[in-house]
Design a protein around this ligand. Structure first.
Ligand code: HEM
Length: 216
C-alpha cells in the first residue's frame, strides 16, 4: 500500500537554505502604488510649503484669493493622498530593512527613523485638517477645485480662527523640518552608507534593469 504524505515545502531544506528562500520572498522594494503616492505627496507638500510661505504676506488682491484657493485644493488633495497611503500601507506590507543594515545601525537611530515616519504621517493628516478648520472658522468654506463644496470643520468665529491660524503654521514648519531630516537620512544612506536603501523608493530600480539585460 502506498502511503501518501503531504510534504511541507521546506522538508529536506537546511535551515540556511530555508532562511534564504524566505528572504528571497520578502518584498525588496515598495510597490509601484506606494512609490507613486510617496513622490506625488512629496511634490505636493513642497509646493504647498513654498506657496503657503509666499502667499501668507500678500496684500488683499484677486491674485492672493486665487493662490489661497490653489493652496486649499492642493492641501485637501494631500489629505486624501495621505489617507490612501495609510490604507495602502496597512493592506500591503512594506519591505523589511535589510538584516545587515539593522545589525550595523544603533537602536536609537532605528527608533528615531520610526518616530520621524510616524510623526510625518500624523502631520500630513493634521496640517491640512487645521488649515481646513482655519478656513471654515474664517468664514471661507472650501470648494474643492471650485466645484465640490466641502463641509465646514468649525463654525464661523473670527476669534477661534485667530487661535487656530498659528497652529497651521507651526504644524507646517515642523513638517518641513522633519522632511529635511528625512531627506538628510536618505542622502546619507545613498552617498555615505552606499547601502542602496533609497532604491527601494526610487521610481525605477537601476540594479534590476541591469540584471534583466541580456548578457550578449
Ligand atoms: C500638507 C498640507 C499643507 C501644508 C504643508 C500647508 C502649509 C502652509 C504654510 C507653510 C503656510 C504659511 C504659514 C505662515 O507662514 O503663516 C500656510 C498658510 C495657509 N494655509 Fe496651508 N498648508 C497645507 C494645507 C492647507 C489646507 C488643506 C488648507 C485649507 C483648506 C490650508 C489653508 C491655509 C491658509 C488659509 C493659509 C493662510 C493663513 C493666513 O495667512 O491667513 N492649508 N499653509
Amino acid at each position: 500500500m502506498t502511503k501518501s504524505i503531504k510534504l511541507n515545502e521546506f522538508d529536506g531544506c537546511s535551515t540556511r537554505l530555508r532562511f534564504m528562500i524566505e528572504a528571497a520572498r520578502e518584498p525588496q522594494r515598495y510597490t509601484t502604488t506606494a512609490i507613486l503616492l510617496h513622490w506625488l505627496s512629496a511634490l505636493a507638500v513642497l509646493g504647498l510649503l513654498m506657496l503657503g510661505w509666499y502667499m501668507a504676506d500678500l496684500p488683499l488682491s484677486p491674485q492672493r484669493l486665487k493662490l489661497f484657493n490653489w493652496h486649499k485644493w492642493a492641501g485637501v488633495s494631500v489629505l486624501g493622498l495621505t489617507l490612501m497611503r495609510l490604507l495602502w500601507r496597512w493592506t500591503h506590507r512594506p519591505p523589511a530593512l535589510p538584516a545587515e543594515l539593522v545589525g550595523q545601525t544603533q537602536a536609537w537611530q532605528l527608533r528615531l527613523a520610526r518616530a520621524t515616519h510616524v510623526t510625518m504621517y500624523g502631520l500630513l493628516l493634521l496640517v491640512p485638517l487645521i488649515g481646513w478648520a482655519y478656513s471654515s472658522a474664517s468664514g471661507f468654506s472650501v470648494v474643492l477645485f471650485g466645484v465640490l463644496p466641502l463641509p465646514d470643520l468649525l463654525p464661523k468665529d473670527q476669534a477661534l480662527a485667530q487661535w487656530v491660524k498659528p497652529w497651521h503654521a507651526v504644524g507646517a514648519y515642523s513638517l518641513c523640518a522633519l522632511i529635511a531630516l528625512h531627506l538628510a537620512a536618505a542622502l546619507k544612506h545613498q552617498f555615505v552608507g552606499k547601502d542602496g536603501l533609497m532604491r527601494r523608493m526610487w521610481p525605477a530600480d537601476p540594479a534590476r534593469r541591469v540584471a534583466q539585460e541580456p548578457l550578449s
